[in-house]
Design a protein around this ligand. Structure first.
Ligand SMILES: *[C@@H]1O[C@H](CO)[C@@H](O)[C@H](O)[C@H]1NC(C)=O
Ligand SMILES: *[C@@H]1O[C@H](CO)[C@@H](O)[C@H](O)[C@H]1NC(C)=O
Ligand SMILES: *[C@@H]1O[C@H](CO)[C@@H](O)[C@H](O)[C@H]1NC(C)=O
Ligand SMILES: *[C@@H]1O[C@H](CO)[C@@H](O)[C@H](O)[C@H]1NC(C)=O
Ligand SMILES: *[C@@H]1O[C@H](CO)[C@@H](O)[C@H](O)[C@H]1NC(C)=O
Ligand SMILES: *[C@@H]1O[C@H](CO)[C@@H](O)[C@H](O)[C@H]1NC(C)=O
Ligand SMILES: *[C@@H]1O[C@H](CO)[C@@H](O)[C@H](O)[C@H]1NC(C)=O
Length: 241
């Protein structure tokens, strides 16, 4: 008869086996959302995904690359939360309907198809799920050590853990949140399909943070003008699968 502690160990190992080896599973039995939630480095990311209303989207994504800012990237000295505070904003202000810049920022971290570090090329331009006008550039140094960074319009981020496989997707953990514009005001607010009555489905409308756009006004008269973005074709295509 097995010693009780041996059985406990066996149970623990079995539990770990059930949770860990998505990479080796023949059939995918996890989701990107579950993988993010299970990674202690990505707890803030999981919280922001939830707050931004993108949990269902991330749950359904497959065959993508997620650039995943670590906890410190959100909550550290130079993190997104600090940036918001400097602008007298909090997470609620940038996730409220019509103000959801957090979702736009998150979509700027997702790329169609699995892009492993080895496959990325220096100066390669990557189109993000925020739309074709929101690209990232790869900065890749190979000597003396491999350093992969993503250069965004408003900030850069360096990969600290590359090539984490989640089913057909790849996750790269990075040290910073990538911003699609040089200031928060210029980041379009994202509207989930069907979320806000009167707003175009699946659109991103720039509105100044902290101010409420008049109901039905659509876009505000901001620096970026009255652009309305269709839900990125890449995102739509992936979600159709
Ligand atoms: C995932 O799939 C593997 C292999 O198919 C299986 O051993 C494991 O129990 C599954 N895990 C979960 C959480 O369903
Ligand atoms: C950031 O960290 C502080 C404590 O270090 C915590 O109180 C706060 O809730 C965190 N912010 C978020 C958005 O999780
Ligand atoms: C965020 O700031 C708004 C004011 O802009 C305030 O009403 C709200 O209570 C704050 N939320 C949190 C969670 O601090
Ligand atoms: C995964 O995405 C890439 C890039 O968009 C695409 O070329 C490829 O066909 C996709 N693979 C599957 C199995 O969907
Ligand atoms: C991209 O920006 C250009 C103007 O710089 C605009 O004409 C075009 O409609 C934009 N495309 C998308 C998909 O938003
Ligand atoms: C991002 O990196 C590029 C070099 O690839 C540099 O020119 C730029 O100043 C950096 N941007 C920020 C915000 O650090
Ligand atoms: C914010 O960025 C936009 C677009 O890059 C720019 O036109 C505007 O002047 C910036 N606003 C501030 C306050 O820096």
């Amino acid at each position: 008869m097995a010693h009780p502690s041996v059985s406990r160990c066996l149970v623990l190992v079995l539990v770990m086996l059930a949770v860990v080896p998505q990479a080796y599973a023949q059939n995918c039995n996890t989701t990107l959302l579950a993988a993010v939630k299970a990674d202690p480095r990505l707890q803030q990311l999981a919280a922001v995904i939830q707050a931004a209303g993108l949990a269902d989207t991330v749950e359904r994504l497959d065959n993508v690359t997620v650039i995943a800012p670590d906890n410190n990237a959100f909550n550290g000295t130079n993190g997104l939360i600090s940036l918001l505070r400097q602008n007298n904003l909090n997470l609620t202000d940038v996730t409220a309907p019509g103000q959801n810049r957090a979702a736009s920022i998150l979509l700027y971290h997702i790329i169609a198809g699995p892009a492993r570090a080895a496959d990325l090329k220096n100066n390669q331009v990557l189109t993000t799920f925020l739309g074709s006008n929101y690209t990232l550039r790869v900065n890749k140094q190979t000597a003396p050590t491999l350093i992969v960074s993503f250069v965004g319009t408003g900030s850069n981020a360096t990969v600290t853990a590359a090539d984490i496989p989640v089913c057909r997707s790849i996750v790269h953990v990075v040290n910073n949140v990538l911003l699609p514009a040089t200031n928060l005001t210029a980041i379009p607010a994202y509207t989930a399909p069907g979320a806000a009555p009167g707003s175009p489905p699946g659109s991103m409308v720039p509105t100044p943070p902290g101010t409420q756009a008049p109901p039905g006004s659509g876009a505000s008269s901001l620096t970026v003008g009255s652009m309305a973005f269709a839900l990125s074709a890449a995102l739509a295509a992936v979600l159709m699968n």
